[in-house]
Each structure stands twice: as C-alpha cells, then as structure tokens.
Design a binder for this molecule. Structure first.
Ligand code: AR6
Length: 159
C-alpha cells in the first residue's frame, strides 16, 4: 500500500473506479481521464459500458501504466443491497482481466469509498479479502491510498 496518486503508478495496469457508462466522472475517474488524454473517451465509448461488479480494459494511453482496468463498484445503499458481493466482484473481475491482459502488477484505488459512499473500513475489508482470495497470476497488487485516512485503514489490516 502507498499514499499517492494512481495515475502516476508505474505498473502494468491501474484500476479505475468507473461508472457503468464508463463516462468521464469526478474523483479518481476524472484524474484518470485527465492524465490518460483524449484517446480514453473514445476507447470507453467503444466498449459500451460495464455492469456493476464487472471490469473491462482499455489501453493506458499517456499513463505510465500500459492498461487501465475500469472496475464498476456499487453505490452504497445501506449495505443490504448486495454491496459487499458487488464490491468483491469488482476486485475479482479486475484481477481476471489483468490475467487476460498478461498484466502482473496492478494498482487499485479504494473503489466505491468516495462518491459512491461505501464506508471505508468495510470496503477495505472487502478489498483485501477479495484480492487475497482471487486465484490469479498477478504478483504485485498495490493499494494506492489518496489520503491519510485511507492509508491508515489499509495499514491497520496489512502492516
Ligand atoms: N488516485 C488514487 N485515489 C484517488 C484519486 C487518485 N488520483 N482521486 C481520488 N481517489 P471515487 P467511487 C480516491 O469517488 O466512490 C466517479 O465520478 C478517493 O479519495 O473516485 O468508486 C466515477 O465516474 C477515494 O478514496 O470513486 C463514478 O461515477 C477513492 O479514490 C464514481 O465517481 C474512490 O473515490 C465512483 O465513485
């Protein structure tokens, strides 16, 4: 885990906390679109969207990372709408897509914990357990935390 900006990570693939339309959004998504440059919007439009819990890939364009895996986490609606399963699926599918690409190093943001409102501690539990339980050939998973509070949540569980 590191404190930092996911758009600067030199890994095979970074994960974007996307929306189902794969549209340019705010938060980490806005930062990824801004840093990747103009090619990303067309590449996302060509994919035609992704369901919540799923992940799809595009090139990284101007990013240091070769690929962007767009994972769609759930909007938090109180916790009894399958949010944990959908968040776990977003992490698991991201690693499956990484395998399909041949990416062995992957950086994740704290999916759903910003605009989508997923409580940080619960989301961090799901992030770590779903990554640990995913059978994949990825050898490096980096959790990129944008603020000290998020880093502390990961440190508490991983240190
Ligand atoms: N690098 C790493 N993490 C970041 C960065 C960055 N550059 N910028 C923000 N974060 P959010 P969500 C953190 O809201 O909750 C978008 O509009 C942020 O502090 O980006 O899954 C999409 O298009 C938080 O810890 O994603 C969707 O519509 C984490 O990334 C919606 O928001 C996730 O916050 C997705 O919401």
């Amino acid at each position: 885990m590191v404190l930092g900006d996911i758009t600067t990570q030199a890994v095979d693939a970074i994960v974007n906390a996307a929306n189902p339309a794969l549209a340019r959004g705010a938060g980490v998504c806005g930062a990824v679109f801004a840093a990747a440059g103009p090619g990303l919007e067309a590449a996302c439009a060509a994919l035609g969207g992704a369901r919540t819990g799923d992940a799809v890939a595009t090139p990284g364009f101007a990013l240091p990372a070769r690929w962007i895996i767009h994972a769609v986490g759930p909007v938090w609606r109180g916790g009894d709408r399958g949010e944990a399963q959908l968040l776990a699926a977003a992490y698991r599918r991201s690693l499956e897509v990484a395998d399909e690409l041949g990416a062995t190093s992957v950086a994740f943001p704290a999916i759903s914990t910003g605009i989508y409102g997923y409580p940080l501690d619960a989301a961090t539990d799901v992030a770590i357990s779903s990554v640990r339980e995913s059978p994949c050939r990825v050898t490096v998973v980096r959790f990129v935390c944008f603020d000290a509070r998020t880093l502390a949540a990961y440190e508490q569980r991983l240190a």
